[in-house]
Design a binder for this molecule. Sequence first.
Ligand SMILES: *[C@@H]1O[C@H](CO)[C@@H](O)[C@H](O)[C@H]1NC(C)=O
Ligand SMILES: *[C@@H]1O[C@H](CO)[C@@H](O)[C@H](O)[C@H]1NC(C)=O
Length: 413
Amino acid sequence: MSWGRRDGSLLKNYGQSLRGSKITITVGIGIFLGCICAFMFSHGFLGSDSQLQERTQTSNITSQQEENNANLRKQVKELTEKLQRAQQETDQAQKQVRVMGEKKKAGPFGMVKSARTNPTVAPDESVNPRLAKLLEGVAVKKELIVTLANSNVKEMLEVWFTSIKRVGITNYLVVALDDEVEDFCKSNKVPVYKRDPDEGIDSIAKTGGSHAVSGLKFRVLREFLQLGYSVLLSDIDIVYLQNPFDHIYRDSDIESMTDGHDNMTAYGYTDVFDEPAMGWSRYAFTMRIWVYNSGFFYIRPTFPAIELLDRVAGRLSRENAWDQAVFNEELFYPSYLRYDGLYASRRTMDFYNFMNSKVLFKTVRHDGRLRKHKPVVVHVNYHPDKLPRMKAVVEFYVNGKQDALAPFSLGSG
Ligand SMILES: *[C@@H]1O[C@H](CO)[C@@H](O)[C@H](O)[C@H]1NC(C)=O
Ligand SMILES: *[C@@H]1O[C@H](CO)[C@@H](O)[C@H](O)[C@H]1NC(C)=O
């Protein structure tokens, strides 16, 4: 906003408030006259016969007035008490608001912007001094890509970090879940971090089932956030074609890749449910959005973001649930009954830049114009034959092999 524009709107406000006060005075006079009328004829212009008779007797008007006055005084007293109570409640609310920050006026129509970029937490190095030291060397502008890997996914890991190196990204880190992966990374000059064996959650990585391991991801992430870093969490089945940090908005607690495949499914739409038996109200409107992909998201070090990680990790430790479903439920459900919704701010990533393999194999590879657009990353999330498809993505986008994507089926069937 320029200063000129701000001055202009101030003048406009001043003009509005002048007009406003004239209106207030006019309305005030109206109310005053109205009160007198209501007071004189408080039992109605067409009161009962007996009341009309009373009013004609001048001697009795004073007693009538006194009675009305008493009533009025009583009403005023009640109103005053109500106002005082309301004032007390408002004071309470204001105190709470003051804790959150300086109170501001809403301003003119169309100029109001609510906050979605929450303040970051104060970094706490005591959480993990060794990781803190490591991140000082690896992170760029307090952000980095993080993945978790064990030796079962070594081949995919190689495609993953080779694509990262190819586009010149340096701020990335592999959290090694076993010694073999740690050695593999070291021999390939890939930044790697292996947790100390006595750090309790590591036993999950070795002995836990797949659900427990997905839970581990959220616990490990928490430390990065506590140390004050923003993390682009990445699954291993992702090929990097551009530097994602040039395409992140950084305005939300969570900025995530979508499982959606077009404008509606990725960004949200209204779906109408039809129940003909209801007749006039047969159409029920529902709001839909396809889930966020919990294998690729940018998370800022804020309280809502850390609470999200805690909620998801907590539920995964108690329930036998799919981490992506839990991640989305915690992110999207509102408060109801005794449940408190999270209200982290969210942004859906551009599905052509942060492309899932459904978009690629269903739409993009068949569309002459879309084929020319180079995505930032491609995530082979929709297909079980991950490694050959990752390699085909590299062939198509990096080596320009135009028919590299053709042999693959749309689905896995
Ligand atoms: C005045 O009105 C009261 C009722 O409000 C009635 O009882 C009384 O008799 C009236 N007095 C005269 C003088 O009319
Ligand atoms: C999807 O949305 C974008 C941005 O609003 C728009 O430019 C594009 O035409 C839309 N695509 C379709 C198929 O509607």
